[in-house]
Design a protein around this ligand. Structure first.
Ligand code: NAD
Ligand code: 3PG
Length: 412
């Protein structure tokens, strides 16, 4: 039989990993959720499996790998919150197949990334990484050689989304010309112009900055071929995902001098915690700025993300709304004061809705409100009925036993 839950907020176990902002914890507490377990870092997979088995709500960032294997242990799980933008660390299809919506924060740290990248562009154009290293080694090389103003230079942005567009506007305020390449048709902001194609962008840009998500199509999309197409001496910035750039090819292009410098925030393999050693072929190359995946790590961004994702999780837990879920049919629901609410999540197979309606009809329960969203895999039905109409265990068992049902939940 499909999982059936209906319990008070103080019984809902919230597991928050990877040092999620205290603002999220405050939001859960002030909504009446008291069972909150916090961890400052990601958990090893075995421990994650043990902890997730008890959790109703899980919050994580980019480090935790929520694989199908881990999700299989999450028998009580209602929802997942990615307190970041990327959701590539979560097996979204496996979560969906279990009837678990995943929410993220698509905007809250984008300004922080754009600001960092802008600063890095100036640093690279002035050759600061190597000069900084030289001074640390007691060297002194006061010279204008290889140093350039950003004004008048061309920035090529690959992936013109929330971060790419903000970066473009900030770069224009320095007098840079902005070219972009995206797989979607995008509205060009300010004086930015779409490049004819990726090759065109690579051949014209003085700095290339990557802002694409991790997808099968972006995996290693930036390798030796793309690096060789760049102008000699041009710079590369990657604050997107470590899998997007062939890091060995980038190291080789830096060593050969074809690429003038690089700023890299994300890596194909990142340390599991702050106590683990960081290894990369880029370590020790003087004209490279390395940062430990902190593009979105400002206090402002983390606080905003904490509030945004906690609010989405609370809204789903208390009200059933799935608005802005990344793997689930989206339903925005009104408050249900004065009624009780059934949430019914099922595989999208014929007959489920009529079976639900039959059950209510046979029992003479009037439906006050009904909301339905489906996609090819999943159906999500929400039904509001008079207070106390859903108290019967027998009724709830009958609803949960409808073939195709994944989960049912009653909000009293
Ligand atoms: N370093 C960090 O701390 C940090 C912080 C936030 C986000 N990120 C990463 O940055 C990525 C981008 O963030 P965003 O908010 O701008 O995302 P977004 O979804 O708003 O924009 C991504 C853009 O890339 C485009 N795109 C997708 N595939 C492409 C391809 N193959 N070629 C060209 N364009 C392609 C999309 O059409 C979209 O316009 C995130 O997915 C995340 O992985 C990193
Ligand atoms: O996807 C994101 O938003 C960024 O990569 C930031 O991830 P983080 O929260 O783990 O720093």
């Amino acid at each position: 039989m499909a999982q059936q839950t209906s319990f008070p907020r103080q019984d809902i176990q919230v597991l928050l990993l990877e040092g999620i902002s205290p603002r999220a914890v405050e939001a859960f507490r002030s909504a009446g959720y008291t069972r909150i377990e916090e961890h400052a870092k990601a958990l090893p997979q075995d421990e994650l499996k043990r902890r997730i088995a008890e959790a109703h709500i899980v919050g994580l960032r980019s480090r935790t790998q929520l694989t199908a294997d881990v999700l299989a242990e999450a028998r009580k799980l209602l929802a997942v919150g990615a307190f970041c933008i990327g959701t590539n660390q979560i097996d979204l299809s496996a979560a969906k197949a279990l009837g678990v919506p995943v929410f993220n924060a698509p905007y809250s740290n984008t300004r922080s990334v754009a600001e960092l990248v802008l600063a890095e562009i100036i640093m690279l154009l002035r050759g600061i990484p190597a000069r900084n290293m030289q001074c640390h080694r007691h060297g002194w090389s006061k010279s204008a050689g290889g140093s350039h103003e950003a004004r008048g230079k061309t920035l090529g942005i690959i992936g013109y989304g929330h971060i790419g567009t903000q970066l473009g506007l900030l770069a224009e305020s320095l007098g840079m010309q902005v070219l972009f390449h995206d797989i979607e048709t995008k509205l060009a902001l300010g004086n930015a112009r779409p490049a004819a194609d990726l090759d065109d962008l690579l051949q014209r840009a003085d700095v290339v900055s990557l802002h694409v998500p991790e997808t099968p199509a972006t995996k290693l999309m930036f390798g030796s071929v793309q690096l060789q197409r760049m102008k000699p001496g041009a710079h590369v910035v990657n604050a997107s995902r470590g899998t997007v750039v062939d890091i060995d090819a980038l190291a080789a292009a830096l060593h050969s001098g074809h690429v003038g410098g690089a700023a890299v925030d994300v890596f194909p393999v990142e340390p599991e915690s702050n106590t683990d050693r960081f290894e990369s072929p880029l370590c020790g190359i003087d004209n490279v700025l390395l940062t430990p995946h902190i593009g979105g790590s400002t206090l402002e961004a983390q606080d905003n993300i904490g509030l945004e994702v906690a609010a989405k999780l609370l809204r789903y837990s208390d009200n059933g709304s799935t608005l802005s879920a990344v793997n689930f049919p989206e339903v925005s629901l009104p408050e249900h004061a004065g009624s009780h609410r059934l949430l019914h999540i099922h595989r999208n197979v014929p007959g489920v809705l009529s079976a639900i309606n039959d059950i209510f009809g046979r029992r003479g329960i009037n439906i006050d409100g009904q909301y339905l969203r489906t996609d090819p895999q999943l159906g999500y039905v929400v039904i509001d009925v008079a207070v106390d109409s859903l108290q019967s265990n027998e009724l709830r068992n009958e609803l949960a036993a409808i073939p195709g049902t994944l989960r049912t939940r009653v909000l009293f």
